[in-house]
Ligand binder design. Structure first.
Ligand code: NAD
Ligand code: DAU
Length: 365
């Protein structure tokens, strides 16, 4: 089995690559442009494994994508490469349109041409697995039922709109051209090697440096958290056994407000590396909200659970504890990913936000 994995140097992609190399006999061709979010250090022991090959390619470059298929002739493609950060999409949507929509279109067209020339078992077995997000469904009120695969699309941010567009393209390539696709829509991931612009690693690292813990709005927004290795298992399961043309929602069965998440991180840090200046939650600071901020996401995972037998294994308590410990144990990785570009982003996103001192006093769990 030769798999072409796009975005394999990112947070989730690197977890998928590490699993395929450690737990299967698959050969992985890892295709990544190495943007600010891509880092070969995240591949750990998989990086120099004989069944792993890294190729630096930007999926916006159609010619380069054609060369990839010509040279590596994959049995399947799992497509994770994307611009993935909502706040960045608000600051600069163009890159999201180019990578998430045009990049996906390039992959679909090249994969279609390649697949149409395959024969027999190679043609039958070929798969295009598109990895997407629960954000395409928009947001939920506090008592709304969770997203199912039938929930209408209603994306709110430039990021989620670009992912929704890419999902539509993938479905259309299945229906119109018969390309053998599967699609997954997953909730918020957390775990080792996550770029520290996302909520959980940002809070861990800021707390360790005695910096403010910036919570948008009132911290009441709810996300459904899934440990990244559980997501990687689910992706492998869907690629291997998912029904053609079908969508599978993947979630953690683990809804928490952002404030609850930050309190949980602070409590772990208080136990693990107590700060003589006082409990870490003293650093919580409420700041002006993300524009268009989705209130709540929740996943109904009945389909993947009943049809494919997948369910998350890691509890939020143990997963968060492992994640905090990983960041404590890996300062060198953290240093390397915090480039000049990272500092520029932190300045841009947080400097001009208003601090809401009234909310800061209401740091209740
Ligand atoms: P990430 O930002 O950590 O990694 C994205 C990777 O894609 C990086 O390695 C980057 O270098 C690469 N990339 C970006 N633009 C590229 C381009 N033009 N050509 C080639 N490579 C490019 O993202 P992630 O959190 O690992 O997310 C991976 C995928 O999973 C994305 O498609 C995302 O939409 C989806 N997803 C993420 C989450 C989550 O919570 N992080 C949840 C559900 C779905
Ligand atoms: O739901 C799946 C999505 O989860 C993925 O598709 C995205 O790629 C991934 O980035 C993630 O999107 P979110 O916007 O939910 O993740 P983020 O970590 O940016 O924010 C989580 C919540 O925390 C959200 O409600 C915004 C809030 N937040 C975030 C940051 C960075 C803060 O309150 N303060 C912050 O500084």
């Amino acid at each position: 089995m030769k798999l072409l994995i796009t975005g394999g140097a990112g947070f989730i992609g690197s977890a998928v690559v590490r699993q395929y190399i450690a737990e299967t006999e698959a050969t992985v061709v890892n295709v990544d442009a190495l943007t600010y979010a891509g880092n070969l250090d995240s591949l750990a022991e998989a990086r120099y494994h004989p069944r792993h090959q890294f190729v630096q390619v930007d999926i916006r470059n159609r010619g380069a994508v054609e060369n990839l298929f010509r040279e590596y002739r994959p049995d399947a493609i799992m497509h994770l490469a994307a611009e993935s950060h909502v706040d960045r999409s608000i600051e600069g949507p163009a890159a999201f349109v180019e990578t998430n929509i045009t990049g996906t279109h390039n992959l679909l067209e090249v994969a279609r041409g390649y697949w149409s020339e395959l024969e027999g078992k190679d043609r039958e077995g070929f798969r295009f697995h598109h990895v997407s997000t629960d954000e395409v469904y928009g947001d939920l009120g506090p008592n709304d039922p969770a997203f199912t695969e039938e929930t209408p699309y209603a994306p709110s941010s430039p990021y989620s709109a670009s992912k929704a567009a890419s999902d539509h393209l993938v479905r259309a390539w299945h229906r119109t051209y018969g390309l053998p696709v599967v699609i997954t829509n997953c909730s918020n991931n957390y775990g080792p090697y996550q770029f520290p612009e996302k909520l959980i690693p940002l809070m861990i690292l800021n707390a360790l440096e005695g910096k403010p813990l910036p919570i948008y709005g009132k911290g009441e927004n709810i996300r459904d958290w899934l440990y990244v290795d559980d997501h990687a298992y689910a992706l492998r399961n869907v690629l291997a056994t998912g029904q053609l043309g079908r969508t599978y929602n993947i979630g953690g069965r683990c809804e928490h407000t952002n404030l609850e998440v930050v309190h949980a991180i602070c409590a772990i840090l208080d136990r693990t590396v107590p700060d003589s200046a006082g409990p870490y939650e003293r650093l919580i600071q409420f700041i002006s909200d993300r524009p268009g901020h989705d209130l709540r996401y929740a996943i109904d995972d009945t389909r993947i659970a009943t049809e494919l037998g997948w369910q998350p294994k890691e509890s939020f308590d143990s997963g968060l504890q492992k994640t905090v410990q990983w960041y404590l144990n890996n300062p060198a990785w953290v240093e390397r990913v915090r480039s000049g570009e990272y500092c520029e982003w932190m300045r841009q996103n947080y400097t001009n936000r208003e601090t809401n001192t009234t909310e800061s006093k209401a740091t209740k769990k």
